[in-house]
Write a protein that binds this ligand. Structure first.
Ligand code: AMP
Ligand code: MG
Length: 497
């Protein structure tokens, strides 16, 4: 099996990784190979979906010449800075150029201890591996930039958590694994030549269009801000809560990374937090845009020596210019968010009152036990008629639909002022408002069956549903329903460690 690796990171960024090998595991078994992704990557899916594939994706038998490395990075975790985190349970196998000519990393997660493991065992448990697989594929199908799972294997050994759990290794594909924390790692060591190398590398790999700019490092700060603003807007549009937006979990590529305690919001509540370790709600749903902005400020700080050079050696001026860019984040984010909301609400044109119209729809859901995902689906149904005759199904979601009384006529006047025919508008709304998201109880059900019984049927079924989030099928009705309020009220997620 030949991957034709071309390892630019290892070649160009010495000092940002250590060569390291995966731990041997006793009995690797391939649980799932992502055929579609393997094809995209130009890999031989049929050959990989085999016992040899299991040996490979467990790290036991790698193709000749594979030079695995553990990446170094730092990061602010819940606001506190750690100058050295790094791949404590991950390894980069290498980079492959996919069929579209895009360079992509292939990496393990759960492949054993590395010099960055600190107190950890370097392993991953099956549940979190399957969870990352499911949510990554769901995000991809929703059209949201994300890392993806290429394969999941069980290792045949147990890992010690609160109790013994089956061990597993995830193989992950990413546009790259460079994070804001990668820059912080270099900045904390005061290694300016390496900082410049890293920034130039990122520009080459992810932002080639700014290479020729007069001030490419300011350009990089702005480009990343814009990409992250777009990404977070997409999260907010589907009710995704990442749960651990530390700076080491923010990529330079603009892909969503590290599906640990993430989950989708069910009942609309901007303060929703699922992660058990997020005691103060730092990473609550509504905090995601300002936290992204905060992370970008940490990125700007790490870049400061390069920015200062571009400001003619004047650090104060560099800070001032960086602040302007950081200050633009909110309006950039709102622009993306509103574009997404217009589509969700069935608005083709742009009008001044749209922001308020969108916000008021959400405000009306608050405290009413309204399922966020279902509300937009049912609004699409209401749009099928030019009058109020189809609005009853949406109203049923509300404990008290008084706020809708005021809102629906505003929305209807707004859409009726556009030319589109109601059926077409409703179709367009159904194409952007998912019917299937990874429902927390469905995810848990699939993970439990796999972990407790070795039964992967619920996982496979859920995966199939999540890969087609917009096409409603009668036999999948149960996947469109939220859990009963009693079940979902205290729902907690745990870090994938
Ligand atoms: P994460 O929560 O996955 O973003 O991980 C944060 C940091 O903890 C990273 O440096 C990880 O490599 C490290 N880490 C998480 N789990 C483990 C583990 N079981 N063993 C070693 N390091 C870990
Ligand atoms: Mg991480």
């Amino acid at each position: 099996m030949n991957f034709s690796f071309d390892n630019s990171y290892a070649r160009e960024l010495e000092g940002l990784y250590v060569p390291w090998k995966a731990a041997e595991v006793p009995q690797p078994k391939l649980i799932r190979l992502n055929h579609a992704l393997a094809e995209e990557m130009g890999l031989d899916a049929t050959a990989l979906d085999s016992p040899e594939g299991a040996q490979l994706f467990s790290g036991n038998k790698l193709p000749d010449g594979t030079a695995t490395i553990a990446l170094a990075y730092a990061g602010h975790q819940f606001g506190g800075f750690s100058p050295q985190l790094g791949d404590g349970r991950a390894l980069l196998l290498g980079e492959v150029i996919d069929r579209q000519g895009k360079r992509r990393d292939i990496a393990f997660k759960g492949s054993g201890r590395t010099p960055f493991s600190r107190g950890g065992d370097g392993k991953a448990a099956l549940g979190p591996v399957l969870r990352e697989y499911l949510i990554g594929e769901a995000m991809h199908a929703l059209g949201i930039p994300t890392t993806r799972a290429l394969a999941a294997v069980t290792t045949g050994e147990f890992v010690r958590r609160e109790r013994n759990l089956p061990g597993a290794v995830l193989t992950r594909v990413a546009a790259s694994h460079i994070r804001v924390g990668s820059f912080q790692f270099v900045a904390a060591r005061g290694d300016e030549p390496l900082l410049k190398k890293l920034a130039d590398y990122v520009i080459d790999r992810h932002y080639p269009e700014i290479k020729a700019a007069e001030k490419p490092y300011f350009g990089l700060l702005r480009a990343l801000s814009e990409r992250q603003a777009a990404l977070i807007a997409r999260w907010m549009n589907v009710g995704f809560i990442h749960g651990v937006m530390n700076t080491d979990n923010m990529t330079l590529s603009g892909e969503t990374i590290d599906y640990g305690p993430c989950a989708f919001m069910d009942r609309y509540d901007p303060k929703t937090v699922f992660s058990s370790i997020d005691e103060y709600g730092r990473y609550a749903y509504m905090n995601q845009p300002p936290i992204a902005n905060w992370n970008l400020a940490r990125f700007a700080e790490a870049l400061l020596p390069l920015l200062t050079a571009e400001a003619g050696g004047d650090q104060d001026r560099a800070v001032e210019e960086a602040m302007v860019i950081l200050g633009d984040f909110q309006s950039c984010y709102e622009g993306h968010w509103l574009a997404g909301m217009r589509a969700k609400l069935g608005l083709a044109r742009e009008e001044d009152g749209d922001f308020a119209l969108a916000q008021d729809f959400l405000a009306g859901m608050e405290g009413q036990g309204v399922d966020f995902t279902q509300a937009f689906r049912r609004l699409a149904d209401a749009a099928e008629a030019a009058d109020a005759s189809r609005e009853g199904w949406l109203r049923q979601l509300y404990a008290d639909d008084k706020k809708l009384d005021a809102w629906l006529p505003r929305w209807r006047a707004r859409i009726n002022a556009e030319a589109a025919d109601p059926a077409q508008r409703a179709q367009a709304m159904l194409a952007v408002n998912p019917v299937y998201i990874p429902r927390n109880h469905k995810v848990e059900e699939a993970l439990d069956a796999a972990v407790e019984l070795g039964n992967y049927a619920p996982f496979e079924q859920l995966l199939a549903v999540l890969q087609q989030p917009f096409s409603e099928k009668p036999e999948w009705a149960a996947y469109a329903e939220p859990a009963a309020a009693e079940t979902s009220a205290g729902y907690r997620t745990f870090c994938g460690t």
